[in-house]
Design a protein around this ligand. Structure first.
Ligand code: G4P
Length: 189
């Protein structure tokens, strides 16, 4: 998606050999117009699928997921990372290891918000090692959902996530596919 690639070139900052900082428009300060355009693009990319619900993981997946849900006219459910006071015991769970942060998050979704047989689209901000999407796939499998695909805002093709999702037979669509960071510059596929 040209608009996103241009924004990454303009405002993204390469932190080291594999981390891109995009907090001025994507995951801290948010540009709602860009988000809306991305939501519409996800809806276009998955237009041939029947989608009942969008799934994501808090925190940074929520904004793109909400705009995808808006464009698709379906509800959005996000997996929580920490057990809140009001969350009942009746939850689907998965463990998600973050290679970037070297921590494990226990993610969970209340069983009331997932119904067996539903067609779900997974949305996330980054595809790096694929662990967050994989955790949602575990929940989807346990809840007997049909995953129509995964929509990713920024894919780092030099990490293992895409391969993992290909092996799982998941239809992945990424709005920006980064080939490499070279001398502090982003190169797209
Ligand atoms: P994975 O889910 O693809 O396996 O990713 P990984 O474990 O490598 O990354 C875990 C966290 O780091 C995720 O956020 C992911 O969005 C974020 N991340 C990965 N690569 C980058 C990057 O190049 N730049 C930035 N800014 N973030 C990156 P999270 O732990 O779920 O955090 P949050 O959603 O609560 O913010």
């Amino acid at each position: 998606m040209k608009l996103l690639e241009e924004r990454i070139q303009k405002d993204g900052r390469v932190l080291n050999e594999d981390v891109l900082k995009v907090d001025s428009f994507l995951n801290h300060q948010i540009d709602p117009e860009l988000m809306q355009a991305m939501g519409q693009e996800f809806a276009r990319l998955f237009a041939n699928e029947k989608i009942d619900k969008v799934l994501t993981v808090e925190t940074s997946g929520i904004a793109p997921a909400v705009f995808a849900g808006l464009a698709l006219h379906v509800p959005v459910v996000f997996a929580r990372k920490n057990k809140s006071l009001t969350l009942p015991d009746n939850v689907w769970t998965a463990d998600v290891y973050s290679f970037t942060k070297q921590t494990t998050n226990h993610i969970m979704i209340d069983k009331r918000f997932l119904t067996a047989g539903e067609n779900v689209l997974i949305i996330d901000d980054f595809l790096a090692n694929g662990q967050a999407v994989d955790g949602l796939l575990t929940i989807a499998q346990d809840a007997d959902l049909h995953v129509v695909g995964a929509g990713i805002v920024i894919e780092k093709t030099f990490q293992k996530g895409r391969q993992l999702l290909d092996e799982r037979g998941i239809h992945v669509e990424s709005l920006a596919r980064i080939k490499a960071f070279v001398n502090g510059q982003v190169e797209f596929l």
